[in-house]
Design a protein around this ligand. Sequence first.
Ligand SMILES: Cc1cc2nc3c(=O)[nH]c(=O)nc-3n(C[C@H](O)[C@H](O)[C@H](O)COP(=O)(O)O)c2cc1C
Length: 385
Amino acid sequence: MASKFTKLLEPLTIGPLTLRNRVAMAALTRSRSVPTNVPNDINLEYYVQRARGGAGLITTEGTLICQQGTEWQNAPGIWNQDQVSAWKRITDAVHAEGGVIFNQIWHLGRASHPDAPEQKASGMPVYAPSDIAARGGKFRFLPGHPGYVTPVAIEDPRILIDLYKQAAINAKEAGFDGVELHGANGYLVHQFLDSTSNKRTDAYGGSIENRARFGLEILKELVSIWGSKRVAVRLSPAGGYNDMGMPLQENIDTFRYFISQADLLDLGYISLIRHIPAMDPEFDGNHRATKHDVLKTYRPCIKKSALLLNGDLTPEEANQLIVAKEIDAAVFGTLWIGHPDLAKRIEQDIPLDTKLDLKTLYGGGAQIPYEQQKKGYTDYPAARL
Ligand SMILES: Cc1cc2nc3c(=O)[nH]c(=O)nc-3n(C[C@H](O)[C@H](O)[C@H](O)COP(=O)(O)O)c2cc1C
C-alpha cells in the first residue's frame, strides 16, 4: 500500500549523508545511563530499536561535555574514554541498522546544582554567563528538592568553548555521523544568547553580536573538527524553559542574527523548536516564553542548511510542510518514546496509539534496579508488520 506521507518518507541528502527519510528523532534525555554516566546495554537496545524502526536521523539525548550535576541523573557523557568506547558500540549498532546518528552535545550552565554528587565530584562551581539564577529547577534527589542557585560568572568563555571542541573530537572517535550543538531550552548556549541571563560587559555580552559570539565560536570549532555538513544546532527561540525569553523584538532580532550567521557556516541542519505549552513554564502567574511563529520568523534566515522543525508535529502536518517546501525534515520527540518503530508505522499507516507512561520518562536514578530501568524505555512494543 502506498503511504499518504510520500514527502515525509523521501530520502534527504545532507552533504555526504543520506537520510533514508525525513522522520527524525529528537534528543530525549531518558536518564538511564546507570550506574554513572557511561552508556550501557539498555541504552544500546533503545537506540537500536529506533534505528530498526526506520528513523531517518537519530539525535542522541543531551550528552554532557564535562561532569556536571544535572537534574537528570544518569545522563550520559562524552568527556572520557569509557564513554567514548560505550558510544562506539551504539553508533556501530545503529549503522548496522542503516541509521544515521548525531550526538547532541550539552552543557547545562546555570541549570546545575552545586550539591549534586556529579557536580561535587567535578570540583567545579556551577558556571553561567552571569551570576543570575534561573527560576525553576527541581533536584528531586537532593534533600528538600531545591531549585536552581546563583551561578558563578564564567571568567574566560574560551575555556568552555574548548570543552565543546574536545567533546566533538570525542564524538568523532565514538563513530557518530555528526554533532548537534544543544543551543535550546535554556542551557549554556541559550543563556549566552538571552539578555535576561547574560549581563556581561566583555565581548560575549551586551550587543546581539556579542551574545551570539559564544555559540557561533563553538560552531566554528565544531566545523573545524567535522566539516560543515556534519555539524548542526538546535534552538528554541520561543521556548521559556529554564527561565528564557526576551522582549519580542529583541528576541526576534537576536535569533535572526544568530540563525543567519550559523547558516553562513553551511551547517548540516538547523533544528528549530516552535512554541509548545510543555516548554513554557509559568512564573508568578505569567507564561515565560516569548510566543511567536518560529517557522515564519526564521525560515528566511536559512538558505544553505537544511531546516528541521520540532514541536507537537503530527506526521500529517510534517508531510504538508515538506510538500510546501517550508521545512526539509520533521523532528518528533514524544512520539518516538512510545513508538520505537515510528517511521515504519508512518510508512505502513499503522496507528500511533501507544499511551505514554509519564512516570517512566526519566529513569529515576541508579537506586532503581537495572532491569526495572527498561520499563517505559525499551519495552514499548513495535507494531506487528
Ligand atoms: C523526556 C524528554 C526528554 C527531553 N530531552 C531533551 C534533550 O536531551 N535535549 C533536547 O534538546 N530536548 C529534549 N527534550 C525536548 C524534545 O526533544 C522535544 O523538543 C519535545 O518533546 C517536543 O517535541 P514533541 O512535541 O515531538 O514531543 C526532551 C523532551 C522530553 C519529553
